[in-house]
Write a protein that binds this ligand. Structure first.
Ligand code: HQG
Length: 177
C-alpha cells in the first residue's frame, strides 16, 4: 500500500508523462477511463479502489487532476503531446514565473521555453510563482507582460487549476520582479 503522496506522484507521472507505465493511453483531451486506470494501477502493483483515487484527487493541493464522470486527466503539466481542448483565454495583464538564478542568463537570452513539457507554466500571483521556483533553490520571480504578449498574438490557456499555459515567452516580455 503506497501512501497518498506516492500515489499522487505516480498518477502525475502516468497522466502527464508516461501512461504506458500503467498500461494505459491518453485519449482525446488527455482523458483516461477511470476503470482502465484502476486496472493499470493494479497491474503496476499499486492496486487502489475508486474511493482512494477520489480521495487523492480531492486532496491534491494544486488540484492536479480532473475527475469527470468515468474519466480522469491531469489538469496540466504534460510532456506527452496532448490537446487539452481548452479555449484560448485572455490572461491577466501580468503573469509570473518562478525560477532560480542559475537559469536567468539563458532565460534572458532566449526567453522562457517549455523544456520537456508542452507549455511554459505561469502563475497569476507572485506567491504561487515563488513556491514553483523554490522547488529548485532560492526562488526568483519573473514578471511576464501577458497583456502585451496577448495583444501581439500569443495564445494563452488557463488550466482548470488556475495555471496559465503558453507555448513560449520571448525575452522582450520578461522582467525580474
Ligand atoms: C526553466 C509543478 C533555462 C524554468 C510546479 C523552470 C508548476 C529555462 C524549468 C509546474 C528556460 C522547467 C511546472 C530557458 C525555462 N533556459 N531554463 N530558456 N526557460 N526554464 O518543471 O514552471 O507539483 O518544466 O524556469 O508547481 O518549474 O508538478 O516547469 O525552472 O506548476 O504539479 O526550466 O510543475 O507542479 O521546469 O513547473 P518545469 P516549472 P507539480
Amino acid at each position: 500500500m503506497t501512501d497518498d503522496v506516492a500515489l499522487s506522484k505516480f498518477l502525475a507521472y502516468v497522466l502527464r508523462h508516461d501512461p504506458a507505465a500503467a498500461g494505459v493511453e491518453l485519449g482525446p483531451g488527455g482523458w483516461v477511463a477511470v476503470d482502465d486506470l484502476l486496472a493499470g494501477l493494479a497491474r503496476a502493483g499499486r492496486a487502489v479502489d475508486r474511493a482512494r483515487l477520489e480521495a487523492v484527487v480531492a486532496g491534491s493541493d494544486k488540484r492536479r487532476y480532473e475527475l469527470d464522470g468515468d474519466s480522469i486527466r491531469a489538469a496540466q503539466g504534460h510532456s506527452q503531446p496532448v490537446d487539452l481542448q481548452l479555449e484560448p483565454a485572455t490572461p491577466p495583464d501580468v503573469l509570473f514565473h518562478g525560477t532560480v538564478e542559475r537559469f536567468l542568463e539563458s532565460i534572458t537570452a532566449e526567453g522562457l521555453r517549455p523544456g520537456r513539457r508542452t507549455h511554459v507554466h505561469l502563475s497569476a500571483d507572485v506567491a504561487t510563482a515563488r513556491v514553483v521556483g523554490a522547488r529548485r533553490g532560492r526562488p526568483v520571480v519573473l514578471r511576464v507582460d501577458a497583456a502585451g504578449m496577448h495583444a501581439a498574438g500569443s495564445v494563452f490557456h488557463r488550466a482548470s487549476n488556475g495555471v496559465w499555459l503558453t507555448a513560449r515567452v520571448p525575452p522582450e516580455w520578461i522582467s525580474v520582479d
